[in-house]
Design a protein around this ligand. Structure first.
Ligand code: GLY
Length: 424
Protein backbone atom coordinates (compact mmCIF):
# COMPACT_ATOMS: atom_id res chain seq x y z
CA UNK A 1 0.00 0.00 0.00
CA UNK A 2 1.20 3.55 -0.77
CA UNK A 3 0.38 6.13 1.89
CA UNK A 4 0.56 9.92 1.83
CA UNK A 5 0.96 11.75 5.15
CA UNK A 6 -0.21 15.38 5.01
CA UNK A 7 1.65 17.71 7.39
CA UNK A 8 5.19 18.40 8.52
CA UNK A 9 5.49 18.44 12.31
CA UNK A 10 6.53 16.04 15.05
CA UNK A 11 3.05 14.50 14.98
CA UNK A 12 3.38 13.68 11.28
CA UNK A 13 6.88 12.27 11.81
CA UNK A 14 5.45 9.96 14.50
CA UNK A 15 2.63 8.89 12.13
CA UNK A 16 5.07 8.27 9.26
CA UNK A 17 7.46 6.41 11.62
CA UNK A 18 4.62 4.14 12.78
CA UNK A 19 3.48 3.58 9.18
CA UNK A 20 7.06 2.65 8.26
CA UNK A 21 6.73 -0.35 10.63
CA UNK A 22 3.54 -1.59 8.96
CA UNK A 23 3.65 -4.83 7.00
CA UNK A 24 0.87 -3.37 4.82
CA UNK A 25 2.82 -0.29 3.72
CA UNK A 26 5.31 -0.41 0.81
CA UNK A 27 5.93 3.29 0.30
CA UNK A 28 5.32 6.50 2.24
CA UNK A 29 4.96 9.97 0.76
CA UNK A 30 4.69 13.19 2.75
CA UNK A 31 3.58 16.73 1.96
CA UNK A 32 5.38 18.84 2.94
CA UNK A 33 7.18 16.62 5.49
CA UNK A 34 10.32 17.78 7.30
CA UNK A 35 13.98 16.79 7.61
CA UNK A 36 13.24 13.64 9.60
CA UNK A 37 10.13 12.55 7.71
CA UNK A 38 12.06 12.76 4.44
CA UNK A 39 14.40 10.02 5.71
CA UNK A 40 11.53 7.53 5.62
CA UNK A 41 9.19 9.09 3.07
CA UNK A 42 9.43 10.78 -0.31
CA UNK A 43 8.56 14.39 0.41
CA UNK A 44 6.82 16.92 -1.81
CA UNK A 45 6.79 20.62 -1.03
CA UNK A 46 3.00 20.93 -1.07
CA UNK A 47 1.04 22.57 1.73
CA UNK A 48 -1.95 20.90 3.38
CA UNK A 49 -4.11 23.76 2.13
CA UNK A 50 -3.28 23.07 -1.53
CA UNK A 51 -5.92 20.41 -2.12
CA UNK A 52 -5.58 20.59 -5.91
CA UNK A 53 -1.84 19.76 -5.92
CA UNK A 54 -2.30 17.08 -3.26
CA UNK A 55 -5.03 15.40 -5.29
CA UNK A 56 -2.80 15.52 -8.37
CA UNK A 57 0.00 13.84 -6.38
CA UNK A 58 -2.40 11.14 -5.18
CA UNK A 59 -3.35 10.40 -8.79
CA UNK A 60 0.21 10.49 -10.15
CA UNK A 61 1.63 8.19 -7.47
CA UNK A 62 -1.45 5.90 -7.25
CA UNK A 63 -1.66 6.52 -3.51
CA UNK A 64 -3.99 4.12 -1.67
CA UNK A 65 -4.42 6.00 1.61
CA UNK A 66 -4.07 9.63 2.70
CA UNK A 67 -3.58 10.43 6.41
CA UNK A 68 -4.20 14.06 7.36
CA UNK A 69 -2.28 15.33 10.40
CA UNK A 70 -3.18 19.01 11.04
CA UNK A 71 -6.59 20.52 11.80
CA UNK A 72 -6.68 23.26 9.16
CA UNK A 73 -7.12 20.99 6.10
CA UNK A 74 -9.68 18.88 8.00
CA UNK A 75 -11.72 21.96 8.94
CA UNK A 76 -11.35 23.07 5.32
CA UNK A 77 -12.98 19.83 4.10
CA UNK A 78 -10.05 17.92 2.58
CA UNK A 79 -11.65 14.60 3.56
CA UNK A 80 -15.00 15.49 2.00
CA UNK A 81 -13.34 16.61 -1.23
CA UNK A 82 -10.94 13.65 -1.54
CA UNK A 83 -13.64 11.10 -0.64
CA UNK A 84 -15.81 12.52 -3.41
CA UNK A 85 -12.95 11.73 -5.81
CA UNK A 86 -12.84 8.15 -4.53
CA UNK A 87 -9.63 8.62 -2.47
CA UNK A 88 -9.40 6.81 0.87
CA UNK A 89 -8.59 9.40 3.55
CA UNK A 90 -8.16 9.01 7.29
CA UNK A 91 -9.41 12.08 9.15
CA UNK A 92 -12.71 13.67 10.07
CA UNK A 93 -14.98 15.29 7.55
CA UNK A 94 -15.76 18.99 7.76
CA UNK A 95 -18.88 18.53 9.89
CA UNK A 96 -17.04 16.59 12.61
CA UNK A 97 -13.94 18.81 12.35
CA UNK A 98 -16.19 21.66 13.60
CA UNK A 99 -15.61 20.18 17.06
CA UNK A 100 -12.21 21.88 16.79
CA UNK A 101 -12.94 24.46 14.08
CA UNK A 102 -15.61 26.28 16.11
CA UNK A 103 -15.33 26.59 19.88
CA UNK A 104 -18.91 27.89 19.94
CA UNK A 105 -20.20 24.86 18.05
CA UNK A 106 -18.18 22.49 20.27
CA UNK A 107 -19.50 24.04 23.50
CA UNK A 108 -23.08 23.90 22.21
CA UNK A 109 -22.55 20.27 21.13
CA UNK A 110 -21.36 19.43 24.67
CA UNK A 111 -24.43 21.14 26.11
CA UNK A 112 -26.77 19.23 23.76
CA UNK A 113 -25.22 15.91 24.81
CA UNK A 114 -24.67 16.64 28.52
CA UNK A 115 -20.90 16.28 28.21
CA UNK A 116 -19.38 17.91 31.33
CA UNK A 117 -17.57 21.16 30.55
CA UNK A 118 -17.18 24.65 32.07
CA UNK A 119 -20.13 27.10 32.13
CA UNK A 120 -19.94 29.46 29.18
CA UNK A 121 -21.55 32.28 27.21
CA UNK A 122 -21.14 33.18 23.54
CA UNK A 123 -20.86 36.74 22.21
CA UNK A 124 -20.70 38.42 18.85
CA UNK A 125 -20.63 41.97 20.32
CA UNK A 126 -17.49 43.03 22.24
CA UNK A 127 -19.39 45.31 24.65
CA UNK A 128 -21.69 42.48 25.67
CA UNK A 129 -18.72 40.14 26.17
CA UNK A 130 -17.08 42.74 28.44
CA UNK A 131 -20.31 43.24 30.45
CA UNK A 132 -20.63 39.48 30.89
CA UNK A 133 -17.32 39.34 32.77
CA UNK A 134 -19.32 40.53 35.81
CA UNK A 135 -20.82 37.07 36.02
CA UNK A 136 -17.39 35.36 36.07
CA UNK A 137 -14.51 35.54 38.50
CA UNK A 138 -10.78 35.63 37.70
CA UNK A 139 -8.91 34.05 36.07
CA UNK A 140 -11.08 34.75 33.02
CA UNK A 141 -11.10 32.33 30.07
CA UNK A 142 -11.64 33.99 26.69
CA UNK A 143 -11.70 31.84 23.55
CA UNK A 144 -11.82 32.93 19.91
CA UNK A 145 -14.42 30.84 18.10
CA UNK A 146 -12.35 29.78 15.09
CA UNK A 147 -8.90 28.32 14.44
CA UNK A 148 -6.15 30.66 15.62
CA UNK A 149 -3.01 28.50 15.32
CA UNK A 150 -3.16 27.54 19.00
CA UNK A 151 -3.22 31.19 20.13
CA UNK A 152 -6.97 31.71 20.47
CA UNK A 153 -7.39 30.78 24.15
CA UNK A 154 -6.49 33.49 26.65
CA UNK A 155 -6.44 32.94 30.42
CA UNK A 156 -6.51 36.47 31.88
CA UNK A 157 -5.57 36.89 35.55
CA UNK A 158 -7.52 40.14 35.93
CA UNK A 159 -10.42 41.99 34.40
CA UNK A 160 -8.26 44.52 32.59
CA UNK A 161 -6.40 41.76 30.70
CA UNK A 162 -9.69 39.98 29.96
CA UNK A 163 -11.12 43.16 28.41
CA UNK A 164 -7.92 43.61 26.38
CA UNK A 165 -8.18 40.01 25.10
CA UNK A 166 -11.80 40.58 24.03
CA UNK A 167 -10.80 43.78 22.30
CA UNK A 168 -7.85 42.20 20.50
CA UNK A 169 -10.03 39.36 19.23
CA UNK A 170 -13.21 41.26 18.38
CA UNK A 171 -12.25 44.87 17.65
CA UNK A 172 -8.66 44.59 16.41
CA UNK A 173 -9.41 41.25 14.69
CA UNK A 174 -6.02 39.81 15.75
CA UNK A 175 -7.15 36.36 14.52
CA UNK A 176 -9.26 37.59 11.60
CA UNK A 177 -12.69 36.04 11.29
CA UNK A 178 -11.80 33.46 13.99
CA UNK A 179 -12.49 36.20 16.57
CA UNK A 180 -15.88 37.33 15.25
CA UNK A 181 -17.47 35.42 18.10
CA UNK A 182 -15.91 34.65 21.48
CA UNK A 183 -16.67 32.21 24.25
CA UNK A 184 -16.33 33.49 27.82
CA UNK A 185 -15.89 30.46 30.00
CA UNK A 186 -15.64 29.41 33.63
CA UNK A 187 -12.04 28.70 34.71
CA UNK A 188 -11.59 25.10 35.84
CA UNK A 189 -8.72 23.91 37.99
CA UNK A 190 -7.23 20.44 38.14
CA UNK A 191 -4.78 18.25 36.26
CA UNK A 192 -5.01 18.29 32.47
CA UNK A 193 -5.05 15.01 30.56
CA UNK A 194 -5.22 14.22 26.84
CA UNK A 195 -7.26 11.21 25.79
CA UNK A 196 -7.07 10.30 22.11
CA UNK A 197 -9.54 7.91 20.50
CA UNK A 198 -9.80 6.51 17.01
CA UNK A 199 -13.40 6.39 15.78
CA UNK A 200 -14.92 4.60 12.80
CA UNK A 201 -18.34 6.21 12.92
CA UNK A 202 -19.68 3.56 15.27
CA UNK A 203 -16.95 2.05 17.43
CA UNK A 204 -13.90 3.62 19.03
CA UNK A 205 -10.59 2.53 20.53
CA UNK A 206 -8.54 4.48 23.06
CA UNK A 207 -4.85 5.26 22.96
CA UNK A 208 -3.02 5.46 26.28
CA UNK A 209 -3.93 8.65 28.23
CA UNK A 210 -1.14 11.22 28.12
CA UNK A 211 -0.25 14.60 29.60
CA UNK A 212 1.09 17.55 27.62
CA UNK A 213 3.15 20.46 29.02
CA UNK A 214 1.76 23.57 27.35
CA UNK A 215 3.76 26.34 29.01
CA UNK A 216 7.21 27.19 27.67
CA UNK A 217 9.19 26.93 30.91
CA UNK A 218 9.62 24.65 33.93
CA UNK A 219 6.95 24.73 36.61
CA UNK A 220 4.27 25.67 34.01
CA UNK A 221 5.67 29.19 33.72
CA UNK A 222 5.87 31.38 30.63
CA UNK A 223 3.67 31.64 27.56
CA UNK A 224 1.48 28.90 26.14
CA UNK A 225 3.08 26.85 23.37
CA UNK A 226 1.94 24.03 21.09
CA UNK A 227 3.32 21.66 23.75
CA UNK A 228 6.81 21.23 25.21
CA UNK A 229 6.67 17.54 26.05
CA UNK A 230 4.37 14.69 26.95
CA UNK A 231 4.33 11.37 28.75
CA UNK A 232 2.06 8.35 28.88
CA UNK A 233 0.45 6.66 30.66
CA UNK A 234 -0.58 9.16 33.34
CA UNK A 235 -0.44 7.48 36.78
CA UNK A 236 -3.30 9.51 38.27
CA UNK A 237 -5.64 8.37 35.49
CA UNK A 238 -6.32 5.06 37.18
CA UNK A 239 -8.98 2.55 36.16
CA UNK A 240 -11.71 4.42 38.06
CA UNK A 241 -10.80 7.79 36.55
CA UNK A 242 -10.69 6.22 33.09
CA UNK A 243 -14.10 4.65 33.58
CA UNK A 244 -15.51 8.02 34.53
CA UNK A 245 -13.88 9.67 31.46
CA UNK A 246 -15.33 6.98 29.20
CA UNK A 247 -18.88 6.98 30.60
CA UNK A 248 -19.26 10.72 31.14
CA UNK A 249 -17.31 12.07 28.19
CA UNK A 250 -16.08 9.67 25.49
CA UNK A 251 -19.29 7.70 24.98
CA UNK A 252 -21.72 10.66 25.17
CA UNK A 253 -19.51 12.46 22.64
CA UNK A 254 -19.41 9.63 20.12
CA UNK A 255 -23.10 8.86 20.68
CA UNK A 256 -23.81 12.55 20.11
CA UNK A 257 -21.83 12.50 16.86
CA UNK A 258 -23.72 9.42 15.68
CA UNK A 259 -27.11 10.89 16.60
CA UNK A 260 -26.31 14.13 14.76
CA UNK A 261 -25.10 12.23 11.69
CA UNK A 262 -21.50 13.49 11.86
CA UNK A 263 -19.97 10.09 12.29
CA UNK A 264 -16.96 9.89 9.95
CA UNK A 265 -13.66 8.23 10.77
CA UNK A 266 -10.80 9.97 12.50
CA UNK A 267 -8.99 10.63 15.74
CA UNK A 268 -10.79 12.68 18.37
CA UNK A 269 -8.62 14.37 20.98
CA UNK A 270 -10.34 14.99 24.30
CA UNK A 271 -8.51 17.79 26.13
CA UNK A 272 -9.70 17.11 29.68
CA UNK A 273 -9.33 18.53 33.14
CA UNK A 274 -9.78 16.37 36.22
CA UNK A 275 -11.70 18.65 38.59
CA UNK A 276 -12.90 17.92 42.13
CA UNK A 277 -16.30 17.56 40.44
CA UNK A 278 -15.10 14.90 37.98
CA UNK A 279 -13.56 15.07 34.49
CA UNK A 280 -14.62 17.91 32.21
CA UNK A 281 -13.82 18.80 28.61
CA UNK A 282 -11.61 21.84 28.00
CA UNK A 283 -11.51 21.30 24.26
CA UNK A 284 -11.96 18.79 21.48
CA UNK A 285 -9.45 18.51 18.67
CA UNK A 286 -10.33 16.67 15.47
CA UNK A 287 -6.86 15.12 15.04
CA UNK A 288 -3.90 13.53 16.77
CA UNK A 289 -2.29 15.81 19.40
CA UNK A 290 1.23 17.11 19.17
CA UNK A 291 3.41 16.16 21.09
CA UNK A 292 1.01 13.53 22.51
CA UNK A 293 1.25 11.47 19.30
CA UNK A 294 4.99 11.18 19.88
CA UNK A 295 4.27 9.12 22.99
CA UNK A 296 1.01 7.34 22.19
CA UNK A 297 2.01 5.91 18.81
CA UNK A 298 5.26 4.35 20.05
CA UNK A 299 3.10 2.60 22.69
CA UNK A 300 0.61 1.25 20.13
CA UNK A 301 1.24 -2.42 19.39
CA UNK A 302 -1.22 -2.71 16.50
CA UNK A 303 -0.31 -2.01 12.87
CA UNK A 304 -1.38 1.62 12.37
CA UNK A 305 -2.20 1.14 8.67
CA UNK A 306 -4.63 -1.62 9.67
CA UNK A 307 -6.22 0.76 12.20
CA UNK A 308 -6.56 3.60 9.66
CA UNK A 309 -8.05 1.34 6.98
CA UNK A 310 -10.42 -0.34 9.42
CA UNK A 311 -11.61 3.04 10.71
CA UNK A 312 -12.33 4.28 7.18
CA UNK A 313 -14.23 1.07 6.39
CA UNK A 314 -16.19 1.10 9.68
CA UNK A 315 -14.48 -2.08 10.86
CA UNK A 316 -12.59 -1.09 14.04
CA UNK A 317 -14.51 -3.76 15.94
CA UNK A 318 -12.57 -6.45 14.11
CA UNK A 319 -9.12 -4.98 14.91
CA UNK A 320 -7.07 -6.37 17.75
CA UNK A 321 -6.18 -2.89 19.07
CA UNK A 322 -3.60 -3.09 21.82
CA UNK A 323 -1.38 -0.66 23.72
CA UNK A 324 1.89 -1.59 25.41
CA UNK A 325 2.07 -1.42 29.19
CA UNK A 326 5.40 0.46 28.90
CA UNK A 327 5.79 4.18 29.53
CA UNK A 328 6.87 6.79 27.00
CA UNK A 329 8.29 10.29 27.50
CA UNK A 330 8.81 12.95 24.85
CA UNK A 331 10.89 16.06 25.53
CA UNK A 332 10.52 18.81 22.93
CA UNK A 333 13.70 20.72 22.08
CA UNK A 334 12.75 24.17 20.78
CA UNK A 335 14.34 27.26 19.23
CA UNK A 336 15.18 30.04 21.71
CA UNK A 337 12.40 32.65 21.61
CA UNK A 338 9.62 30.16 20.76
CA UNK A 339 6.60 30.62 20.94
CA UNK A 340 7.57 34.18 19.98
CA UNK A 341 10.08 34.97 17.24
CA UNK A 342 13.20 32.83 16.87
CA UNK A 343 16.12 32.33 14.49
CA UNK A 344 16.26 29.48 11.98
CA UNK A 345 19.05 27.74 10.09
CA UNK A 346 21.20 26.44 12.98
CA UNK A 347 22.91 23.13 12.22
CA UNK A 348 21.68 20.26 14.40
CA UNK A 349 24.28 17.80 15.67
CA UNK A 350 24.12 14.62 17.73
CA UNK A 351 21.06 13.08 16.04
CA UNK A 352 22.77 9.75 15.28
CA UNK A 353 24.38 9.62 18.74
CA UNK A 354 20.98 10.15 20.38
CA UNK A 355 19.40 7.40 18.31
CA UNK A 356 22.31 5.08 19.11
CA UNK A 357 21.58 5.79 22.79
CA UNK A 358 18.14 4.24 22.24
CA UNK A 359 15.78 7.19 21.87
CA UNK A 360 13.54 8.02 18.93
CA UNK A 361 14.18 11.51 17.60
CA UNK A 362 11.05 12.88 15.95
CA UNK A 363 11.69 15.93 13.80
CA UNK A 364 9.31 18.90 13.83
CA UNK A 365 10.90 22.16 12.60
CA UNK A 366 13.88 20.77 10.70
CA UNK A 367 15.02 20.59 7.11
CA UNK A 368 17.87 18.99 5.23
CA UNK A 369 20.19 21.61 3.72
CA UNK A 370 23.41 20.71 1.88
CA UNK A 371 23.40 17.28 3.54
CA UNK A 372 22.95 18.72 7.05
CA UNK A 373 19.90 19.01 9.28
CA UNK A 374 19.15 22.60 10.24
CA UNK A 375 16.48 24.22 12.40
CA UNK A 376 13.44 25.46 10.51
CA UNK A 377 10.73 26.01 13.14
CA UNK A 378 9.87 26.77 16.76
CA UNK A 379 9.54 23.23 18.01
CA UNK A 380 12.54 21.52 16.43
CA UNK A 381 12.76 17.95 17.79
CA UNK A 382 10.80 15.60 20.05
CA UNK A 383 13.10 13.16 21.82
CA UNK A 384 11.07 10.11 22.87
CA UNK A 385 12.17 7.28 25.13
CA UNK A 386 10.34 4.11 26.13
CA UNK A 387 10.84 1.95 29.18
CA UNK A 388 8.96 -0.41 31.47
CA UNK A 389 9.20 2.27 34.19
CA UNK A 390 8.21 5.92 33.70
CA UNK A 391 11.22 7.14 35.71
CA UNK A 392 13.62 5.21 33.44
CA UNK A 393 11.89 6.60 30.38
CA UNK A 394 12.34 10.15 31.75
CA UNK A 395 16.06 9.59 32.42
CA UNK A 396 16.60 7.98 29.03
CA UNK A 397 14.79 10.80 27.19
CA UNK A 398 16.93 13.45 28.92
CA UNK A 399 20.14 11.51 28.14
CA UNK A 400 19.04 11.64 24.49
CA UNK A 401 18.22 15.35 24.71
CA UNK A 402 21.68 16.11 26.05
CA UNK A 403 23.24 14.52 22.97
CA UNK A 404 21.48 16.77 20.43
CA UNK A 405 22.66 20.33 19.98
CA UNK A 406 21.82 23.41 17.95
CA UNK A 407 22.13 27.16 18.41
CA UNK A 408 19.70 28.74 20.91
CA UNK A 409 18.14 25.37 21.84
CA UNK A 410 16.01 25.15 24.97
CA UNK A 411 13.79 22.53 26.59
CA UNK A 412 11.85 21.97 29.79
CA UNK A 413 13.63 19.95 32.43
CA UNK A 414 10.49 18.84 34.26
CA UNK A 415 8.60 16.74 31.72
CA UNK A 416 6.58 14.10 33.63
CA UNK A 417 7.51 15.58 37.04
CA UNK A 418 3.78 15.82 37.85
CA UNK A 419 3.52 12.05 37.57
CA UNK A 420 5.78 11.85 40.62
CA UNK A 421 3.92 14.57 42.53
CA UNK A 422 6.92 16.92 42.13
CA UNK A 423 4.89 19.85 40.80
CA UNK A 424 1.58 21.20 42.05
N1 GLY B 1 -0.80 19.27 22.45
C1 GLY B 1 -1.90 20.08 22.17
C2 GLY B 1 -2.52 19.90 20.87
O1 GLY B 1 -2.15 19.03 20.11
O2 GLY B 1 -3.44 20.63 20.54
Amino acid sequence: MKVLVVGGGGREHAIAWKLSQSTLVDKIYAAPGNGGICRIAECFDISGSDKKSLLKLVGEKSIDLVVVGPEAPLVDGIVDDFSEEGVKVFGFRKDAARLEGSKVWAKEFMKRHSVPTGQFDVFSEPDRAVDALDAYSPPYVIKADGLAAGKGVIIADNRDDAEKAISRMMREKAYGSAGERVVVEEYLSGEEVSVLAVFDGRDYRLFVPSQDHKRAFDGDKGPNTGGMGAYAPVPFVDEKAMESIVTKIVEPTFNGMISEGISGAGVLYFGLILTSDGPKVLEYNCRFGDPETQVVLPLLETDIAEVFMAAIEGGLKGVDFSNSSDSAVCVVVASGGYPGSYKKGFEISGLDEAEEAGVIVFHAGTKLQNGKYVTAGGRVLGVTALSGELKDAVDKAYRGVELVEFGDAFYRRDIAAKAFGQVK
